[in-house]
Design a protein around this ligand. Structure first.
Ligand code: ADP
Length: 487
């Protein structure tokens, strides 16, 4: 296994037009290891001036550069080279992610990195399979469509799966022939910057991918409102999504948003209870609960409520929370002090509103942003902890008797990102898959992903679908061509 000393983390620069540069202002910010609260390194702080330079480089690479004109299959080949280099450096990338984000090394190694590699493999395969159609129109005309890249794409990503979110964004955008300005989250810029080096080594032409770390209201806002950006793809909080949409309206750039969730995880008495308990554990404690589709509302059918919560509580209280670099650790640190305080605030609110604390409910240790796996029972769907996204290891159990009422409560949320159902009854499973208002429905599983299957939200969880064939819609536009065949 690779060690921290071997990784040799250097100060981070901006990656613009194939060069590693300081920010125009010369400012830097610290990136922190949330498990130790120590500074890992300094990062050049991008702002409007740097975003301008990056967009200019991306525009030039799009209009004049070789990327769009590169044979599609060769674009695919470069994505495969990027994939190969990620695979070659996966231990280093996994460790960087763990240090910067606080998530356990077992997760970065066994979940984040394999999903990143698969995403690049999947979209490398699409690069030469994106094409238009011929259309049988009336009259003496030949009509066909071209499916063209959108142009310069701005992509703003969050800190919960830093490298994976970068892969979800850049892989389809590049496969379709766009050029990109990527803004990683200020909390976790390290793996995105390493990805820039890898792309360069893989032969991606200068200016095709530009990476500008910086804060949201400065660098992020400049990208979202930029007049020469054709599309903005964003993953983050729904409140930020609203700001992005407003900023994007300046030049009517295309927008896709993947926002938050308050996903119901529904357990029926006729399910395999032990699997459902494991699913509930994954649903809320995977990635310290910092997952947009976390199963944060746990609906339990009354007859299994006691048995289920006893088993869940036993497992939750024995989860190994601690040093994320330790291979045996199951839950690491929350990403930042801000996030840590926010989660503890929600825990207080749950106690004040009269929910019953079953386990956890406090910080873990004295150093680092660790929170104990927390279960609240006797939660009412109207309580704040059942309505608002906590983005932490806190689950709210709600008991139900009547299925129709439970479905109504499940759907009574501003969000609609995901939902899960645990049952052995196939009819019930399909009926709920139809009736639940969410972009992803899991039956007898939770947090299952594949690069080929679309992901995105209903309602205020956003719009546009990432992954699968659907992401190609985000990064291409259709042109209709008419040829007069008449005399
Ligand atoms: P969180 O509060 O969990 O960090 P955000 O939605 O604020 O979630 O952050 C997700 C991403 O959006 C980050 O890269 C962040 O820098 C960026 N961001 C935050 N505010 C803005 C903004 N006003 N305009 C553009 N991007 C923003």
């Amino acid at each position: 296994m690779i060690t921290k000393e071997e990784v040799k983390i250097k100060p981070g620069k901006l990656f613009i037009d194939g060069k590693w540069v300081d920010s125009v202002s010369g400012k830097t910010f610290d990136t922190i290891n949330p498990a130790t609260e120590e500074v890992i390194t300094l990062i050049a702080e991008g702002d409007k001036a740097d975003i301008d330079l990056a967009v200019t480089a991306a525009r030039k690479a799009f209009e004049e550069g070789p990327w769009r004109k590169t044979d599609a299959r060769d674009r695919g080949r470069i994505l495969l080279r990027i994939m190969d280099l990620i695979e070659k450096n996966k231990e280093e990338l996994a460790l960087l992610e763990t240090l910067d984000n606080g998530k356990p090394i077992s997760e970065t190694t066994n979940a984040d990195l394999p999903l990143v590699i698969d995403c690049l493999l999947y979209y490398a395969g699409w690069a030469d399979k994106i094409h238009g159609e011929t259309i049988p129109v009336r009259g003496e005309f030949f009509n066909y469509t071209l499916r063209e890249p959108v142009g310069v794409v701005g992509q703003i990503i969050p800190w919960n799966f830093p490298l994976l979110m970068a892969a979800w964004k850049i892989a389809p955008a590049l496969a379709c022939g766009n050029t990109v300005v990527l803004k990683p989250a200020e909390q976790t810029p390290l793996t995105a910057l390493r990805l820039g080096e890898i792309c360069q080594e893989a032969g991606l032409p200068d200016g095709v991918l530009n990476i500008v770390p910086g804060y949201g209201p400065t660098a992020g806002a400049a990208l979202a409102e930029h007049m020469d950006v054709d599309k903005i793809a964003f993953t983050g909080e729904y409140t930020t999504g609203r700001i992005i949409m407003q900023a994007a309206s300046k030049n009517l750039k295309r927008v896709s948003l993947e926002l938050g969730g308050k996903s119901p995880n529904i357990v029926f008495a006729d399910s395999d209870i032990d699997s459902a308990v494991n699913g509930a554990m994954t649903g809320i404690f995977f990635n310290q609960g910092e997952v947009c589709c976390a199963g944060s509302r746990l609906f339990l059918e009354r007859s299994i409520h006691d048995e289920f919560l006893e088993k869940l509580s036993d497992k939750a209280s024995s989860l190994r929370v601690g040093n994320p670099e330790d291979v045996g650790t199951q839950m690491g640190a929350q990403v930042s002090k801000e996030q840590f305080d926010k989660i503890l605030g929600y825990i207080d609110s749950g106690k004040q509103e009269g929910a019953k604390l079953v386990t956890g409910g406090e910080r873990c240790g004295k150093r680092g942003y660790f929170v104990k796996p927390t279960i609240f029972d006797e939660v009412d769907n109207n309580m704040k902890i059942a309505r608002e996204e906590i983005f932490g290891p806190v689950v709210s159990a709600i008991t139900f008797d009547d299925v129709a009422d439970m479905v109504r409560q499940s759907n009574s949320s501003i969000y609609g990102l995901a939902a899960a159902v645990w049952t052995r009854d196939i009819k019930k499973a399909h009926r709920l898959a139809r009736d639940l208002k969410a972009g992803t429905i899991w039956v007898n599983t939770y947090n299952t992903f594949d690069a080929a299957s679309p992901f995105g939200g209903f309602k205020q969880s956003g719009f546009g679908r990432e992954l699968g064939i659907h992401a190609l819609e985000l990064y291409t536009q259709v042109k209709s061509v008419w040829i007069n065949l008449g005399s």
